[in-house]
Design a protein. Structure first.
Length: 277
């Protein structure tokens, strides 16, 4: 069932500014789970499950760089673990949008399994993290830490994102999760990521964040594919991280980052409106 859910999500077309199909698919699953959620005026989806003073929060984005096409999700003929997309009718290879539909899949899996959790599904990350920039700040007031699943392959861990430091490498947050990452990923790469939504969360708020691999390869190309086992690995890592960190806050602020939130939101809103015209 979990594998079929991943294929179902990957088969749902989405593009930056045209995310209505994936938003509908996400809410279908949330309704099946009997979870309460809200959708803001921009299309961001916010979910709160359970009660806690501070929540773990998982995030993904609902857009991709691939144009809207009807697609079939196929298994590689020589490797059952590898799935990719072709256009219906022509069998022409097309990007399956594992960046970041694989992350959406992981968030939905966690919402089904974790008793106390927040989740945010942000629109329009690919052209400037517009959704996360415009998100309601009050949703994040009682977030203890955030996990995003938007790094490629199976051994990337993001420490800096768009120049924003996401956590203290000597603090309790990373010391707690480092052995979990090592158990699953081995000699992983702790490095920098061009940008994704945790760069906004890290610059706007005061909790630790991390982003790591979710099993997509050849992102932003027609040769993109997803490893089922590595997408499921991302889910299993998150389950262990949340179990180990619990429902407490792990504060962190990158003191070298200064941002004018209101100006950032004005720019994001103007850009998002222009994208959707």
């Amino acid at each position: 069932m979990s594998k079929e859910k991943l294929k179902d999500i990957l088969s749902t077309p989405t593009y930056c500014g045209q995310e209505q199909y994936l938003i509908a698919k996400i809410t279908k699953y949330l309704n099946e789970y009997n979870l309460d959620y809200t959708i803001d005026e921009h299309g961001n989806i916010f979910v709160i499950k359970g009660f806690a003073e501070h929540y773990p929060c998982v995030v993904a984005h609902t857009d991709s760089v691939h144009r809207i096409v009807d697609m079939d999700i196929l298994h590689h003929p020589d490797e059952e673990d590898i799935i990719y997309a072709v256009e219906k009718g022509t069998n022409k290879p097309t990007g399956c949008g594992g960046d970041n539909k694989a992350g959406v899949y992981v968030c939905l899996e966690l919402l089904e399994r974790v008793e106390v959790l927040k989740a945010a599904f942000f629109v329009s990350e690919e052209y400037g993290c517009f959704g996360s920039t415009l998100a309601d700040e009050t949703f994040f007031e009682n977030v203890g830490y955030a996990l995003q699943f938007d790094a490629p392959e199976n051994d990337w861990v993001t420490h800096y994102c768009n120049g924003v430091k996401l956590f203290d490498e000597n603090g309790d947050f990373y010391k707690t999760i480092e052995p979990i990452l090592e158990d699953y990923m081995g000699d992983y790469v702790l490095g920098r990521h061009p940008y994704t939504d945790v760069s906004v969360l890290g610059s706007f708020y005061d909790f630790s964040c991390i982003n790591y691999s979710v099993g997509y390869y050849n992102m932003h190309s027609s040769k993109e594919y997803v490893s089922i086992s590595y997408a499921q690995q991302a889910k299993n890592i998150a389950l262990e991280i949340i179990s180990s960190l619990g429902n407490i806050k792990y504060p962190f602020v990158d003191e070298n980052v200064r941002i004018d939130k209101e100006r950032a939101r004005e720019r994001a809103l103007k850009s998002l409106n222009g994208l959707r015209k």
